[in-house]
Design a protein around this ligand. Structure first.
Ligand code: ZN
Length: 85
């Protein structure tokens, strides 16, 4: 298995290529965080999440999911419309 070695400091690519990896984790003291990694150079940071932000994160994810579901629905209807024509 290939192991990506995280560079000690971020590069310019990191501003636009940071991607959240994995689930939100909790430290011993209850502080929550998740990892973000640059898909270009592999630079990894821990992003700490406060409870209030976590709720917001969930709301955003839910909204995105709803939007995606609506989009898939529309696409499906368009395909069906084409078949009928
Ligand atoms: Zn980078």
């Amino acid at each position: 298995m290939e192991r990506i070695i995280s560079p000690p400091s971020p590069s310019r690519c990191c501003f636009t290529h940071m991607k959240r990896i994995g689930e939100v984790q909790a430290e011993g003291d209850g502080q929550r965080f998740y990892y973000k990694r640059c898909t270009r150079c592999g630079f990894t940071v821990r992003e700490f999440v406060f409870n209030i932000e976590l709720d917001r994160l969930r709301a955003v994810e839910l909204a995105e999911w709803n939007r995606a579901a609506g989009w898939i629905d529309r696409l499906r209807r368009e395909v069906q419309g084409e078949k009928a024509a």
